[in-house]
Design a protein around this ligand. Structure first.
Ligand code: SF4
Length: 383
């Protein structure tokens, strides 16, 4: 496909080099790079022509080399609880999911790392999809930029006079890499993307408000912490190797002992920077009192938060959600061990919110249906 690269997702050094290659005098490269960065990520312009502090000739040269394009929305679903799920279309036609979860004190954007996934975690709907490819750095960053466009999340901090990137009254205050795919199987692009998202002169999401979740790609855990300084979550779901081998098959390659040892290597691990351990509650599978006690023992030497997730069943899933009284009994044991509010409130259950469901439904659509959707509605018609 012969299209210009997207300005979104180019790293700061790459952009500076590109400006130098375009003939921008060396003494101006730094300033121009910062101006463009600010237009892209603090002001959220959607057109190179709108970067009006940059002279016309340079804007034209930039436009000769790059496009500035957010992702296309192939589908949007909104839950009664305000959760929004988008299926974003990529340049090659593949689609990924991104979810926005509003809460009174914050707004979290859950982004994807891959189209599909190789890991086949048995409780996960995305695990039923084949891996198609890794997302590029541009596609990782563009999920945040596009969501901010849709939510009109740029002007608010400008209107309120906050400095570029200040975390004031934003719709999107947190980013979690818990969407489709395993981020640590796309580590290089993910690290670049997270460093762009957290750059203080642009999107400026605090590294403490960005959480990368992994099923346990052990060799990549410490390097990712060193490269990004973000928070870590582990998709744990079982407290012994036999069960984890079944639920999270990457455990056969990197068993629990190795995974927990790698967690202890996460840079700056402390009570102020704890690792989140996610544990999906599956009826009769991993929800006993004994497993709750084992979970507490297992994590005793790691500064940790525990996140119990009521399972969100999908058609054909081999599991059911643990009943509420079982979740409560399990949570009580975890609570007594000093882990506060361990149960995550289910969100967006009315909109196929289990990761990957929307994309699967989309993939199953016939070509004719997709053609119909792509045909513009007659003027005046409303959906
Ligand atoms: S839980 Fe994550 S790593 Fe596992 S199959 Fe689903 S998307 Fe892949």
């Amino acid at each position: 496909m012969d299209i210009k690269p997207n300005l979104i997702g180019i790293t700061a050094p790459e952009l500076a080099q590109s400006l130098a290659d375009m003939g921008v005098p060396a003494a101006q490269v730094k300033m121009r790079r910062r101006q463009i960065w600010s237009w892209l990520y603090a002001h959220g312009v959607e057109d190179i022509e709108a970067m009006h502090t940059i002279n016309k000739d340079l804007r034209a040269t930039l436009a000769d080399h790059y496009r500035l394009e957010p992702l296309k929305v192939a589908e949007e679903q909104m839950s009664d609880d305000g959760t929004i799920k988008w299926l974003f279309q990529l340049d090659d036609g593949f689609r990924v999911e991104t979810v926005y979860i509003p809460e009174p004190s914050r707004g979290t954007l859950c982004i994807s790392a891959q189209v599909g996934c190789t890991l086949n975690c048995r409780f996960c709907h995305t695990g039923t999809q084949k891996l198609v490819r890794n997302l590029t750095t541009a596609e990782i960053v563009a999920q945040v930029v596009t969501a901010r466009h849709i939510l009109k999340d740029w002007s608010r901090h400008n209107i309120e006079g906050a400095s570029a990137g200040a975390n004031i009254n934003r719709h999107i205050s947190n980013v979690v890499c818990m969407g489709m795919g395993e981020p640590l199987y796309n580590a290089e692009n993910m690290a670049k993307g997270l460093n762009i998202i957290s750059d203080g002169d642009g999107l400026a999401l605090s590294r403490r408000r960005i959480t990368l979740s992994t099923a346990g790609v052990v060799p990549e855990i410490k390097p990712m912490g060193e490269k990004t300084g973000v928070m870590l979550a582990i998709s744990l779901h079982a407290v012994n190797d036999d069960l984890r081998n079944e639920l999270v098959p990457i455990n056969k390659k990197y068993p629990l002992a190795e995974l927990l040892a790698a967690c202890k290597q996460w840079p700056n691990l402390s009570n102020a920077k704890r690792i989140t351990f996610e544990y999906v509650m599956l009826d009769g599978i991993n929800d006993s009192d004994a497993e709750a006690r084992q979970l507490v023992r297992l994590l005793a030497s790691i500064p940790a938060k525990i996140n119990l997730i009521p399972f969100n069943p999908w058609a054909g899933s081999p599991y059911e959600c643990a009943p509420p009284e079982r979740v409560k009994a399990f949570a009580d044991i975890v609570n007594k061990a000093g882990y506060a509010s361990p149960v995550r409130r289910p969100r967006g259950r009315d909109i196929m919110a289990a990761c990957g469901q929307l994309r699967t439904a989309d993939v199953k659509k016939s070509a004719a249906e997709k053609r119909r959707e792509a045909t513009p509605a007659p003027a005046g018609a409303r959906a």
